[in-house]
Write a protein that binds this ligand. Structure first.
Ligand SMILES: CC(C)(COP(=O)(O)OP(=O)(O)OC[C@H]1O[C@@H](n2cnc3c(N)ncnc32)[C@H](O)[C@@H]1OP(=O)(O)O)[C@@H](O)C(=O)NCCC(=O)NCCS
Length: 179
């Protein structure tokens, strides 16, 4: 993945009904470690990273790049949304397009927070890069992620086999975004 490109970053914090989306800060580091070391979060993502390695290697302010949003509930990080550009090694239909990813702490699942936050991030994206489509890749076995993709308006481009599992590539076209 590469960075999004010419966007004004960071935006002012984005407020939704229950959440705030903002750029990462130093106070988020412990939650980033929890998120990246969680086996449950990485069930469908190729496995977690080692906690001690993360403690050593993660910068003071982790994941600080254009398109990386911390999602905050009541003043504490509960997840991350990632908007990046799919690189050459991705599926031909995805290469060069913006790609949406999301990681939330298990204790924040089942409340609609991911849907609320992703919708706000996509609204920001539509304003920052008008008319651009967004792709999303997930394992078909990742039921929560598949449901979220559908809720956000992504429709299937293709299913393919990679990394030992069936994968789903979805597309949110600009027309679907404005409708
Ligand atoms: C994928 C992931 C973000 C989904 O999280 P989630 O909490 O299940 O997603 P949502 O925000 O859509 O919320 C889901 C449920 O909250 C419920 N909910 C409870 N209160 C709600 C409210 N006030 N508003 C909306 N929904 C609410 C909904 O019923 C919904 O369930 P449904 O989809 O069966 O209808 C989460 O499982 C995760 O972080 N997984 C690990 C990382 C991962 O696999 N990422 C994919 C990378 S591509």
């Amino acid at each position: 993945m590469t960075e999004l490109g010419a966007v004004a970053w960071p935006p002012a914090p984005i407020r939704t009904e229950r959440l705030v989306l903002r750029e990462p800060e130093a106070r988020d580091r412990a939650v980033f470690i929890e998120l990246l070391a969680s086996a449950e979060v990485h069930t469908h993502l190729g496995g977690p990273r080692q906690r001690d390695g993360l403690e050593r290697e993660l910068p003071r302010v982790p994941e600080r790049w254009p398109g990386s949003f911390v999602v905050e509930l009541d003043g504490t990080m509960i997840g991350q949304i990632l908007l990046r550009r799919a690189a050459e090694r991705h599926r031909p239909a995805a290469v060069g397009k913006a790609d949406l990813g999301y990681l939330f702490l298990p204790r924040a699942w089942g409340h609609g927070y991911a849907a609320e936050a992703c919708a706000a991030a996509l609204d920001w994206f539509d304003g920052a890069l008008p008319g651009e489509p967004v792709v999303l890749a997930t394992r078909t076995a990742n039921v929560g992620s598949m449901r979220l993709a559908a809720k956000l308006g992504f429709t299937e481009v293709e299913r393919f086999r990679a990394w030992g599992a069936e994968q789903w590539l979805g597309l949110r076209s600009p027309a679907a975004a404005s409708g």
